[in-house]
Design a protein around this ligand. Structure first.
Ligand code: 13P
Length: 282
């Protein structure tokens, strides 16, 4: 099976009123755990890798690993570059067969973000690869970078940004942040509704680990079509590996503790998939 088109997955989600969960994967076990969850629930999902994971293992490793893992799946699975940090990285991901890339120009000025995003979008359109970009800035710790500042997405700017860049989906900053939350996050749903009313492409929520389920549902009801999870899976994986090592200190077979991590990833991903498709039955 080939990687699914994210544009198609998200347009269908927008039409039907659910969201497609996107999970950050970091090794073979997280890839397999997420795919196992998608298969068991028969729901499409997006696998995504950040620049630091790409630095760790390589775009080619993830493309081959994911392609092998989906060989016998029945559900559509996409492979996406999360927070692509440069034109070159986005182009290389496309070359390796990723079906979608995010180009993250959120730290740039509005005009520079449009310039960079437009170049990637043009290439994506040419090669049939979906392109996501961010306007405003989701704060917190993502990958190896920490951003203290959060700038909420301006609905009027979002219209201009989407029109000029011709992107397929837009990541919005409405109060979420990457990594663990200190308190309960306060999301600006009114702003999300304004962006939804103004822009017709699918909207993406970043920083979703730690956002209460009811709030995630409210975001989906108000136009979010892709929901990103990273910290939740890392947390589940690491806790399970640690517990397995504590319980079996003499065990030196990595398959034992990494296998426990893979099961924990599958269980966590299943819960998030059920949440994202909460209102949807075929
Ligand atoms: P969390 O780590 O908060 O789940 O954020 C994930 C994310 O948005 C990846 O782009």
């Amino acid at each position: 099976m080939e990687f699914a088109s994210v544009k198609e997955l998200l347009c269908k989600a927008q039409e039907m009123g659910y969201a497609v969960p996107a999970f950050n994967v970091e090794n073979m076990e997280t890839v397999q755990g997420v795919i196992q969850a998608a298969e068991e629930l028969n729901r499409p999902v997006i696998l995504q890798t950040t620049p630091s994971s790409v630095n760790y293992a390589g775009l080619d490793f993830f493309a081959v690993c994911a392609r092998t893992a989906i060989r016998n799946t029945r559900v559509p699975i996409a492979l996406h570059l999360d927070h692509g940090s440069s034109y070159e990285l986005a182009a290389n991901a496309m070359k390796e067969g990723y079906s979608s890339v995010m180009i993250d120009g959120s730290r740039l000025s509005f005009e520079d973000n449009i310039g960079l995003t437009s170049r990637v979008s043009e290439l994506g359109n040419l090669l049939g690869v979906s392109v996501e970009a961010e306007l405003g800035s989701v704060g917190g710790k993502e990958d190896s970078s920490i951003s203290e500042s959060v700038t909420f997405t301006d609905p009027a700017q979002a219209v201009e940004f989407a029109e000029r860049t011709k992107i397929d989906s837009l990541a919005v900053a409405i109060g979420t942040s990457h990594g663990f939350y200190k308190g309960e996050p306060k999301l600006d749903i009114k702003r999300l509704k304004e962006i939804r009313a103004a822009v017709d492409i699918p909207l993406v929520l970043h920083g979703t680990s730690g956002v209460p389920d009811e709030v995630v549902k409210e975001c989906i009801r108000n136009g979010i079509c892709k929901v990103n999870y990273a910290t939740d899976l890392r947390n589940a994986f690491t806790k399970a590996v640690r517990l397995s090592m504590e319980k079996n200190p003499g065990d030196i077979d990595p398959k034992k503790y990494l296998g426990a991590g893979r099961e924990a990833v599958a269980e966590t991903a299943k819960k998030r998939i059920q949440l994202c498709y909460f209102d949807f039955s075929e």
